[in-house]
Design a protein around this ligand. Sequence first.
Ligand code: DQA
Length: 140
Amino acid sequence: MKILLINGPNLNLLGTREPEIYGSQSFESFFEALKAGMPNVELEYFQSNHEGALLDKLHEAGFGADGIVFNAGALTHTSIALADAVAAISTPVIEVHISNVHRREPFRHHSFLSAHCVGSIVGLGLEGYRLAVQWFLGKG
Ligand code: DQA
């Protein structure tokens, strides 16, 4: 089972970025612990601040991986190109947001991606990524 976690813009700053919203753990340390607890799963992590690089990664992984867990950051609310890519690939995608976007500013309430994802997990912190991976494992 091969599962890819993708993070978009500014999520490389997790741990130091607005910790009252996003927590104080870096994604790298979370990901190491996640991998250690799932030795039989092929887990990969990719982060980029660039929309084009995220598109390329979705195209590259989106016909081979068994699942993609995707937090597109602010591009969630703006990018029709990323939504089209999620719609175009055959690998199922789960959308994750660390914060509860629905309790925040109205511009965060709409996601261009949601309609093309198998599901969305919002507001559960980094735990949302683990739950998404576990859902894919339950399907495998
Ligand atoms: C986020 C929510 C987005 O609105 C924001 O732009 C982010 C992070 C989240 O994980 O809560 O960068 O995707």
